[in-house]
Each structure stands twice: as C-alpha cells, then as structure tokens.
Design a protein around this ligand. Structure first.
Ligand code: MRU
Length: 342
C-alpha cells in the first residue's frame, strides 16, 4: 500500500508529487528545513497532508536536537515552527498541527528527553488521526452517492492529499466504489499545476474507478450537457460562516453548479475549519510564482513581459455550498459552528 508521507526513525519519507504520474519517487527529509522546502515546492500538498508534514517537520527537530536544555529545545521548536508557518499560508491544517505540537510540549513540566518523545508522539498521533478521520468520512458519507452517480471533482483530494489511504472527497467516492456502486468521476485538470489531471486521474486509475479528465474550461459544457450529478471538492480552510477556500477554480464550479441546480458538497475534516475566521474574506490566499502560469513543463506558453496573476485558491461563499461533509457529520454551511459544540 502506498503511503503519501511516513515517519521512519528520524526520517520523513514522502511521495514526490511533482513527479507523478510519470515517476513514483520518494523524497527523504532529515531536517525540518527539508520538509519546509518540500511543502513550498509542492512535493507534498493538500491541506491534511500539509498538517502531517508540518507535524513531522517538528518531530525531526525534536529527534535530532542535541540540546540538553528544555529552554533551548523549545527555542529550536519555536524557530522551526515559524519557518513552517511561512511555507504556505492558506491551509488551516498546517497551522493547527504546528500550534498543537508547540502548545502540547510547552504546557508539560517534562525533561528534555520526555519533551522530545512527546513532540514525536504527538506528530505520529496527528498522522494517525488524519487516517482515521478520512476513513470515517468515507464510510459515513458514501451514502451521498447512488449507484450510477457521476461526480465532478476539482484538484486532488485523494490519499495523496492526506496521510491516509482514502482521502476526503475522493475518499467518499472510493468507499462508494468499494460498496459496489458504479461511480464515475469527472476530474478537472486544475491548471496551473494539474493536480486533477496528474494526481486524481492517477489515483483513480490505480483503483479502477472510471475517470474522465477535462480541462477547466470544459466544466460549463459538462453541466450544460447534464453530465454531472453532483460536485464533491475538498477545502483548504473553512470560515465560521461556512465560506470555503479551496483550489483556484472551485468558485467557478460552484456558480455553475448553482446555475444548473446540481448539489455542491465540500468534504473536509473538522481540522480544516477555522472558527477564528468569521468570514472567508479574512482567509489569506496564497499567491504563487508567475512561472507556474507562463510555462507548461519547460515550455514557455505566455510571451515574456506579460503580467500574470496566480492565486492558488479562491473563495466560494457559503450560499453556494449545499453542505459541508466532515467526520462529525454533514451540516449546512451556516451551521459549521455546531460541529464544535460538546
Ligand atoms: O495547492 P494544493 O494542491 O495544496 O491545493 C489542494 C487543494 O486545494 C485541495 O482541494 C484541498 O487541500 C483539500 S485536500 C483533501
């Protein structure tokens, strides 16, 4: 079974997602800086996987630290936490995992050795929880898909975007498929980095789930021809009012889904919900290098000197979302806060 990211005795081993689908290669990280670079370079991506990667980055700091002073260890962890926070600004899971480890080890009155062990244990726990949450979402909510459903999805929300074997939105599809339902997927290519064409299509093909790849600009055509029964996408951060920030292009799909009266589901673990953000407008949107747009592979496709915009994510207002699907149940977007009530 392939694992997107794993801890192996002081090393973090992750699938290099920039090489897929041509090559299945792994990157080995021995320092937190290695992990931070992998996050920035998109060797690993997808909100839940970013949370796990950041947690393992801090585990590497703890594992390799030579210090005998607790104060010094906390300083090393804090410094590396700041570096990780600087990698990608949008996915909530990354910040949540970092803050969880720092606050957990900071609170306890422990020796240096105990603090190191706790940081590593907490990172492993974050990865394990992610696996279980993915499984729970898929198992509980596969009922949203009927035999014969055609699901349109965007970007990649499969196992590659998490530490598990299912994924979030694709996890629901995979479980429905395992239950014997004949599900078909339309995967948008997801320019500029092609997570849909490269990663989603690769994952689904491996699992034997029928998938049709379209360019992003073919989405309207598919809705107008009634080829889509429902949309399932993931999220990078969900605000308290149910606004959803996800891969650039999600908003356009949501508008089309509404115009064609097609249900639009957002599937995400509750660790993607950030109640500190009252509305999605407060969520930072990562702006990435123009090169991702001006080049396809090594080939320049935009004339030199032309201005380019490259926001990695966009905001889908809560009003366009049919429901948010989490490991704690399915809620209307206006009710996300209820998921956190004891
Ligand atoms: O830029 P990426 O590839 O990290 O963006 C990923 C997405 O937008 C996913 O839809 C989101 O993280 C959910 S993954 C389960």
């Amino acid at each position: 079974m392939l694992q997107t990211i794993r801890w192996n005795k002081g090393r973090v081993i992750l699938i290099d997602q920039t090489q897929l689908p041509q090559k299945l290669k792994y990157v080995k990280c021995t320092t937190c800086e290695d992990v931070a670079k992998c996050i920035e370079n998109m060797n690993i991506r997808g909100a839940p996987a970013l949370g796990v990667a950041a947690a393992y980055g801090l585990a590497l700091v703890a594992y390799h630290s030579k210090t005998t002073s607790k104060k010094e260890l906390m300083h090393e962890l804090e410094n590396n936490a700041s570096r990780l926070r600087f990698t990608r600004p949008t996915a909530e899971n990354l910040f949540r995992a970092i803050n969880r480890i720092i606050s957990r080890v900071g609170l306890e009155d422990l020796s240096v050795k105990e603090t190191k062990d706790l940081a590593i244990r907490e990172a492993l726990r974050i990865a394990e929880e992610d696996k279980q949450i993915n499984r729970a979402i898929g198992k509980n909510e596969a009922k949203l898909l009927k035999d014969g459903s055609v699901v349109l999805t965007h970007c990649n929300t499969g196992f590659l975007a998490t530490s598990g074997v299912y994924g979030t939105a694709l996890g629901v599809v995979k479980v429905a498929h395992e239950q014997g339902k004949r599900i078909r997927v339309i995967a948008t290519e997801t320019r500029p980095l092609l997570q849909g064409a490269r990663l989603t299509a690769w994952e689904l093909k491996r699992e034997g789930i029928p998938v049709t790849v379209i360019t992003d600009s073919m989405t309207g055509y598919c809705f107008s021809k009634k080829l889509v029964d429902l949309v399932m996408v993931g999220a990078d951060r969900i605000a308290a009012n149910g606004d959803v920030v996800n891969k650039i292009g999600t908003y356009s799909i949501a508008v089309l889904a509404r115009a064609h009266r097609v249900p639009f589901y957002v599937v995400a673990p509750t660790s993607t919900i950030d109640l500190k953000m009252r509305s999605g407008r407060q969520i930072p949107i990562e702006q990435r290098s123009a090169r991702e747009v001006t080049f396809i592979g090594r080939k320049r496709v935009v004339p030199r000197g032309v201005d380019v915009l490259n926001p990695a994510f966009d905001l889908t207002p809560a009003g366009l979302v049919t429901a948010i699907v989490t490991e704690r149940g399915v809620v209307k977007p206006g009710k996300v806060k209820s998921l956190f009530r004891p």
